[in-house]
Ligand binder design. Structure first.
Ligand code: ATP
Ligand code: MG
Length: 267
């Protein structure tokens, strides 16, 4: 019998709070890994579909999306939903706005459908799977947490950040106890950092509360992020502004994650 190939780690990029930099982190990490010649799968589970747009993908009627995967229970269905994005080495399962309608779906197994859709799908060509989450504590988020291995919690260094991360932790504990025992909070990422005393104070507060769980690499707030996003360009391919500072930050963050960058994809 052939040995099963090593499957990549699946990371959920979350925070129930909106606008904190989840999509920017998802795409920044995808860009960093692809820049090292590795293949990446991004799964867009946010009805706003910002990761889909950022990757330069226009969804048409023929595209299977996370809405399709979440609408029915179908083992392995994710294999037919993977499409190439405009970025080299980055594939995507796209999202559409219709995904939002599923929050009201009362199906008993709704929160397991993404996991079931990924079951048996050979993801070994990828070094990591990054799942961009919606800003909510609804069923779509639970579906992601049931399907992934690790959580990367993204937060801005603001007054609400410790409280928001405590909520993420609580949610992980619930899912871990009832549905996905292997789930873990792998890193907390400080995004959109400015050089102000307030941001430094909030960063110190978060590090005091969470210690080494807070990634050493923080992501600076720089206009190059928006400019690269608007032109659907990976930050590592973007020339202009202080894009290099963002490249360095995402490279450093990538190194702190449990992804085997040098060799084969992590088991
Ligand atoms: N490092 C950064 N520098 C400058 N702007 C940034 C940075 N990260 C994110 N932004 C901007 O902040 C806004 C929110 O970022 P992003 O869309 O990544 O957050 P989000 O958490 O995914 O939001 P949502 O909850 O709506 O999905 C966007 O306009 C984005 O371009
Ligand atoms: Mg987003």
């Amino acid at each position: 019998m052939p040995m099963p190939s090593a499957q990549p780690r699946k990371f959920a990029i979350c925070n129930q709070k909106g606008g904190v930099g989840k999509t920017a982190t998802t795409l920044g990490l995808a860009s960093a890994l692809a820049d090292k010649g590795k293949h990446v799968l991004v799964i867009d589970m946010d009805p706003q579909a910002n990761a889909t747009t950022g990757l330069g993908v226009d969804v048409d009627d023929a595209t299977r999306t996370t809405f399709d995967l979440m609408s029915v229970t179908s083992e392995g269905a994710a294999a037919d939903a993977v499409i190439a994005s405009e970025w080299d080495r980055v594939d995507l399962i796209a999202a559409t706005q219709s995904l939002a309608n599923l929050e009201a779906d009362g199906a008993n197994d709704l929160i397991f459908r993404l996991d079931i859709a990924l079951e048996g799908v050979d993801l070994s060509p990828y070094s990591a799977v990054f799942i961009d989450c919606p800003p909510s504590l609804g069923k779509l988020l639970f579906a992601v947490l049931c399907a992934c291995d690790s959580v990367i919690a993204v937060t801005e260094p603001t007054i609400d950040s410790v409280r928001a991360i405590t909520k993420v932790e609580e949610t992980i504990t619930n899912v871990k106890r009832r549905a996905n025992p292997k789930l873990e909070l792998e890193k907390i990422v400080l995004s959109k950092k400015r050089r102000t005393s307030e941001h430094q104070y909030r960063e110190d507060e978060l590090r005091a509360a969470y210690g080494d769980l807070v990634a050493r690499a923080g992501i600076p707030e720089l206009a190059a992020r928006q400019d690269a996003h608007s032109s659907h360009t990976p930050i590592h391919a973007y020339k202009g502004g202080r894009a290099v500072d963002l490249q360095v930050a995402y490279d450093a963050l990538l190194k702190e994650l449990s992804i085997n960058i040098l060799g084969e994809p992590a088991a």
